[in-house]
Design a binder for this molecule. Structure first.
Ligand code: GAL
Length: 461
């Protein structure tokens, strides 16, 4: 009897734990941090997704807030693309070599090789100044196991001196490596070397390549070369992977800077009889990439051989509607009047709480399950630390938000995961810092000041 009760309790506990991991969010959000089952930011940048059974596995660059050196590649899993469970670091920094100390590891892409059944992971490795680019690969027998780094991907015995990369797997199982400037390399049947170059120099200066295929048309996405700064990404189409590749146009409205993102991958999501194509982009935030860089995931509209992301959808879900997706409306109740200035000077300007003073802090107490922040973003915006404490003063959320954008706009910038119904305090602390960096060509990017401009604070009902 005791054993039965223990088993029952354990089963109940497991159910609670696993359902908890699936219950953080009700939609796919863009441009805000997502929290995993441990309330830590989902840290998987320059990412890709592989579907296995009924689970999606997200692989990406695991960043810190202190530097750009490679620490590892992460893996998360989800059954609905909304709630992500941290699986583990599937490939950590190596003792030495291409992914050893003081190296770069970026743009991880994983494909399952149909001939060997192995998972093959490709990545860009470099020195800290981006002067020693290589394409490396790692392999694993299981999708979320420990990947073993195998070294260089070779073509005719020579290494590939390439940086930004992507992958594409065609319906016939052939695997391709895509690189900056528009190169396509056909991989050997085991995906462990390059067989031949299929196309060269499709675009000048193109980075962040991503490819997908619909009804026989190949679509190839690129960003422009502006380091981590956002730009207007564009696409090419072809009827054969061998080309000819035709330059088509921008992916999103001109000046939206691809809704403030850079392409990394397109995931086909089979949805009933149709397939939805999910654009995955990065909203980088150097130097605080670990906590403040976010993801822009949007449904792609496809009409024949034209594609676009005409509108930015803040929260949406995949469903069986005609478009294959729909916006998720959340009922929000403003609590912005219930604030406490804890520290520093905040100026209330047209309903907007504004400060750029280091350590200036404002708090909001609330009762409920979820809280959000709407803010103005602009070219003088900086970082703020957001924390949520429960009624025992225990911190359950702690993250950094980057409010920077090259153009001014207003949007949701933070949303907590769904919490246990209770009393909480949210605090916003101005860091007096902003995202900014220079690339190796000495061009300067990022914000110019430290403003935090809060328009609304609301609970979700
Ligand atoms: C971008 C590239 C990123 C990263 C960055 C560093 O152009 O797409 O993956 O390498 O440069 O500046």
């Amino acid at each position: 009897m005791k054993l039965f009760v223990a088993l029952f309790l354990e089963a109940f506990f497991m159910l609670f734990v696993s359902s908890h991991a699936e219950n953080q969010y009700k939609a796919i959000y863009s441009g805000i941090p997502w929290f995993d089952q441990n309330n830590k930011e989902v840290n998987a940048h320059g990412a890709c997704i592989v579907k296995e059974g009924n689970k999606y596995y997200l692989f990406g660059e695991y960043h810190t807030d202190t530097g750009n050196a490679f620490v590892g590649f992460s893996c998360y899993s989800s059954s609905n693309l909304k709630n992500w469970k941290f699986e583990k670091i599937v490939l950590p920094m190596q003792a030495d070599g291409l992914l050893g100390p003081n190296r770069i590891g970026e743009r991880i892409k994983v494909m399952k090789c149909p001939t060997t059944g192995e998972y093959v992971m490709f990545m860009h490795s470099d020195d800290l100044k981006y002067n020693d680019p290589h394409v490396g690969y790692a392999t694993c027998k299981t999708i979320n196991g420990n990947y073993e780094f195998q070294g260089e991907l070779l073509h005719k015995g020579k290494y590939l001196k390439k940086w930004d990369l992507g992958t594409f797997q065609d319906n016939d199982g052939k695997g391709y490596l895509l690189t900056h400037e528009g190169f396509i390399y056909e991989l050997a049947p085991d995906y462990k070397s390059v067989n031949r170059i299929v196309f060269s120099e499709a675009v000048h200066g193109g980075e962040a390549p991503a490819m997908f295929k619909k009804n026989g048309t190949y679509f190839w996405l690129f960003s422009n070369k502006t380091s981590w700064e956002r730009n207007d990404n564009y696409y090419l189409t072809a009827q054969s992977i061998k080309g000819p590749w035709i330059k088509r146009g921008l992916l999103a409205p001109q000046g939206s800077l691809t809704w403030n993102s850079q392409s990394t991958f397109v995931l086909p999501v089979v949805n009933g009889k149709d397939t939805l194509y999910l654009y995955m982009g990065d909203r980088w935030s150097y130097p605080k990439q670990g906590s403040a860089a976010t993801y822009v995931w949007q449904p792609i509209s496809i009409c024949g051989d034209e594609i676009s992301i005409p509108k930015f959808c803040e929260s949406w879900q995949i469903d069986k509607s005609i478009a294959g997706w729909s916006a998720v409306d959340t009922k929000a109740k403003s609590i912005k009047e219930k604030y406490n200035i804890e520290r520093g000077v905040w100026k209330l300007d047209n309903g907007i709480q504004k400060s750029k003073e280091k350590d200036a802090m404002i708090t909001y107490s609330f009762r409920g399950t979820q809280i959000g922040i709407k803010a103005l973003s602009g070219k003088t915006s900086g970082y703020a630390r957001i924390s949520i404490k429960n009624n025992e003063n225990k911190e359950i959320i702690n993250t950094v938000i980057d409010f920077y954008s090259k153009y001014e706009y207003s949007s949701q910038k933070f949303l907590s995961p769904i919490l246990k119904n209770g009393n909480y305090t949210l605090s916003v602390k101005v860091l007096g810092e902003h995202s900014a960096w220079s690339d190796k060509r000495k061009a300067d990017y990022g914000s110019t000041d430290d403003y935090v401009m809060i328009e609304d604070i609301y609970t979700i009902e």
